[in-house]
Design a protein around this ligand. Structure first.
Ligand SMILES: [Zn+2]
Length: 174
């Protein structure tokens, strides 16, 4: 397994629509495992392939809390089959928008179909944190970030700050 560099916003690669995988083969499994390692290392609970520069509809999630048994999920070609009418608001963060958080409203529960790491089709019902996290990661596959769900004022503020941090880092590296 290997740690992959995580792309931070603003970056045009985070705005692309990722392509479905043909199937989950060794190559895709390896990407999933590298993404899991990268996610745990960065202390995140979800990571989508476009965040590491891979334009595939692949994501990994583990919403287990500290001290709980890991609940790693390796997901390819996710498809939301149903969304609850009831909405829920959660304070979201993202490894591609480090140190920024915002309240985002999304359907409270979803039903999801996907291919797992053994190329088996699975269907699950998710609610609460898992539903939030799945929808956040699936957004990445469509080129959307959590800031695309908040006011343009707040989005502009966060993206400007991130751009400034990036410029400062680039200058420090020169
Ligand atoms: Zn994210």
């Amino acid at each position: 397994m290997a740690l992959l560099p995580i792309i931070t916003a603003p970056d045009p690669r985070l705005k692309l629509k990722a392509k479905p995988v043909v199937g989950v083969d060794d190559k895709v499994r390896r990407l999933m495992d590298d993404m899991l390692e990268t996610m745990y290392h960065a202390i995140g609970i979800g990571l989508a392939a476009p965040q590491v520069g891979a334009q595939h509809r692949v994501l990994v999630i583990d919403v287990a809390r500290e001290g709980e048994k890991p609940q790693r999920m390796r997901i390819a070609n996710p498809e939301i089959l149903w969304r609850s009418e009831e909405m829920a608001t959660a304070n979201e963060g993202c490894l591609s928008l480090p140190e920024h958080y915002a309240d985002v409203e999304r359907p409270r529960a979803i039903r999801l179909r996907y291919l797992d790491h053994e190329n088996e089709i699975r269907e699950i019902d998710a609610e609460g944190l898992l539903a939030t996290c799945l929808q956040h990661e699936i957004d990445h596959l469509d080129g959307l970030l959590f800031v695309d769900h908040v006011s343009s004022l707040k989005r502009g503020m966060i993206l400007r700050k991130l751009a400034k941090t990036k410029r400062a880092r680039a200058m420090a590296a020169d």
